[in-house]
Design a protein around this ligand. Structure first.
Ligand code: FES
Length: 94
């Protein structure tokens, strides 16, 4: 099913030592605990921000609704995405 398509994984998010804003958001806002769900959450949230650079809480929760996180209660993940969105908007404005 992936034939002819680009496949991105979490290992491809960072540019060298520079974390992708969504990774930095998870770091800053404690968007992970055990880390089991984190690669999928990061890729889902990166894709959300790529198509919607300023998602509201409902849009974030809808985007991650296909994944289960047993640790965070999702609030810190939502904060992480909002953090990344704000910092990406700030970077574009510069
Ligand atoms: S951080 Fe543990 S399952 Fe999400």
């Amino acid at each position: 099913m992936a034939g002819g398509h680009e496949v991105r994984t979490v290992e491809g998010l960072a540019k060298g030592a520079e974390l992708d804003p969504i990774q930095e958001g998870f770091r800053q806002c404690h968007g992970l605990q055990c880390g089991f769900c984190t690669p999928g959450m990061l890729m889902t949230c990166r894709a959300l921000l790529d198509r919607n650079p300023d998602p509201d809480e409902d849009e974030i929760r809808e985007a991650i609704s296909g994944q289960i996180c047993r640790c965070t209660g999702y609030a810190s993940i939502v904060r992480s995405v909002k953090w990344a969105a704000a910092h990406e908007a700030e970077a574009v404005a510069k």
